[in-house]
Design a protein around this ligand. Sequence first.
Ligand SMILES: [Zn+2]
Ligand SMILES: [Zn+2]
Length: 129
Amino acid sequence: MYQVQSKEVNCRVCGKSVLENAYHCPHCSVGAPGIQSRCPKCKSENYVYHKYGYAFMRALLATCICGPLGPIFGFVGYNRTECICLSCNQGWFPYQKDELLGPFNTFVGEEGKMSRKFKKIPASISAQL
Ligand SMILES: [Zn+2]
Ligand SMILES: [Zn+2]
């Protein structure tokens, strides 16, 4: 499968060319310049993103309940893009284009699916601010 890692898009704030997967715009330093979304809670457009990793706790829990197949559940949502609002720390998964066309699109807003509330911005992201 061919994957474009360095596709250039226009920054959602300043409109200058940035890498789609950039964490911050090199021109105006806004977070997640390649993701067009907004906070589902406070509608803020001041957010960053990170990659949602393997869910170890969920895999462990699922292993207790489902047996040896449990670890598979840890991969649900693996490597998804998760946005985090800098105003209220709410996390969410921005919708991909194909999800918008799915059968449940009556339930989705343009913001995406709320995931969890962050106590603080993960260190991996704040280090890049
Ligand atoms: Zn910018
Ligand atoms: Zn918010």
